[in-house]
Design a protein around this ligand. Sequence first.
Ligand code: MG
Ligand code: MG
Length: 253
Amino acid sequence: MIVLKSPAEIEIMRQAGRILADIMDTLIDKVKPGITTLELDKTAEAQLKKSGATPAFKGYRGFPRSICVSVNEEVVHGIPGARCLLEGDIVSIDIGVRYNGLYSDSAVTVGVGAIDDEKQRLIDTAKEALTSGIEAMTTANRLSDICASIQKVIEGHGFSIVRDFVGHGIGSELHEDPQIPNFGEPGHGARIKEGMVFAIEPMVNAGCADVRIDNDDKWTVKTVDKKPSAHFEHTVALTHKGQEILTWRKTHP
Ligand code: MG
Ligand code: MG
């Protein structure tokens, strides 16, 4: 069941989104060769605390850190640690915020220093796929129209869609109905209505679509062919004014 959010709930989620966006901007500025993924986590955790919010991921099914940081062939759910970022890497940062009982969720992929053209094209494609998915979130559409528009962008650029992980509704839970896959035939599923809030999150692989969970840490999702992957996510509400990106940043998307 898709739970519609009231304007008052959306206002709290807007605040949760702003807290998240500020932290994301701080972390994007910190991404430089030589920084460890744990330093990013510690920065995020301190800023969350200062904002009166809590990290949504810490303790979620036992996840040990405040944010997810996934490098190169890591798709999502990377655990921050001693890994040092290197020039030419791409790094995906995923943050979940709980504030006054409601959630926001957002991710970006950025280059570390100078990156090669193929990695840049991968990042640009994931960004464009997110924008296209957000634009399809209108009352004229059904749920799968979001999925189909994301798929069209990713496959149009010759990249692969991660199918094992999907976007989702969000509100008083981090993950709510409906699931929003990054692929699908248009015209199916529930009609999109005002009051719906979705975390739309394309995950795009440079090589094949297959991923697997790391055997050692039981969390990190990696591409099977070890080629890089990019991930972008925004929490988006549909209000009477149209789509509103609650996790919007000055460096959007
Ligand atoms: Mg996320
Ligand atoms: Mg999410």
